[in-house]
Design a protein around this ligand. Sequence first.
Ligand code: NAD
Length: 381
Amino acid sequence: MDRVRIGVVGMGGMGYAHCKSVSELENALLTCVCDNEESVVRERAAEFGVRPFTDYREMVGSGCCDAVIVAIPHWFHPDVSVCAFEKGLHVLSEKPMAVTVEDADRMIKAARDHKRVLSVMFQRRTEPVIRKAREIISTGQIGEIIRTLCVDSWYRTQAYYDSNVWRATWKGEGAGVLINQAPHMIDIFLMLGGMPCRVEARTRTRFHDIEVENEVQAVLEYGNGACGYYYTTTFEPVHGHYVEICGEKGKLTLHSGQLKFFRYQGGISRHIAESEDMWAEMEFKEEKLEIPPQTVQGHISIIKNFISAILDGQEVVSPGEEGIHSVEFCNACILSGKKKKPVDLPIDRKEYTDLIEELKRNSQPKKNVRIQRATDPQYRK
Ligand SMILES: NC(=O)c1ccc[n+]([C@@H]2O[C@H](COP(=O)([O-])OP(=O)(O)OC[C@H]3O[C@@H](n4cnc5c(N)ncnc54)[C@H](O)[C@@H]3O)[C@@H](O)[C@H]2O)c1
């Protein structure tokens, strides 16, 4: 095979953008598209000159694609993916790969059983600053991590939440900010700072008329005794992210895309123990970081990597085995917030599935839906 035939499931904002991206790649061919809204899928299929499907099962069984990109509401990602793996296809799932860790486990198992590629659309992993931060930490330059922080604020209007029936409902989306806006930074935060072993979270809803959480604050504990703090919201103007990863030998800060690395002159433990000056400070210097510009847009970069993983066995930048981490963290925050107790990770799969099923049962249809199909402006070309 020298060209991967791709089918895209979901013709909304992201699915449409992915169709355009795939159409521009030399070693991929868009062959089919699927959406359960017939008029929408027909229009898109005509635009790209590909086969339309209204049922993903028919598409993955049709033999017209080798791989699928799944860009429909999160709840459906696992079923579409598992169905595709069973038909021998490879899967690139939009984030979050699943709403529950139990479902994410199912996707990973199916990919392994069928020896197929499972990639998750965490395009921020391809940003040069993120790659650099990861390199600094993985090469031990900040030493053992002792504290982490992630503040990730967003801003959304009620019109955004009202733009589709599934948004910001337990039934349609399975959570709020944690499952929709926050997964990208959670993924990066966990990739850099590691997975906590215990989460104590408070979740609540303010300003928006939605049933899911739009504000989360969580205190984290790590296996090595490190501690951390996490905050996210969708009602904060002048928004952005701030991450701190503090180690024994240095500190990394990432402020809305700006990475700084402060290297200490030695390790903290030794300095604290051996310094004879009662007011001594740890000496440090800010390293000058060489960060190349991003040459390929993030989504396209992940799609290209997915194709290369299929064709040439290239290592997957955002594999399912890592995509599950943000799902686990999100589930832990909701479980802790709803049950008002600290939660150990890995979380109890059954306890979370039971909780989410109850939340779905009590989920209310939205009152003021005004459908709008528009790609997030930051991803418009
Ligand atoms: N990686 C990113 O940067 C990014 C950005 C935005 C959205 N997303 C993710 O992409 C996914 C889709 O989001 P969106 O903004 O494109 O949503 P959207 O509402 O614009 O589009 C969803 C589409 O899926 C279709 N659909 C729903 N259920 C279906 C089913 N069972 N079978 C076939 N089609 C179905 C709908 O008719 C709609 O056309 C979500 O999981 C979201 O989190 C990722």
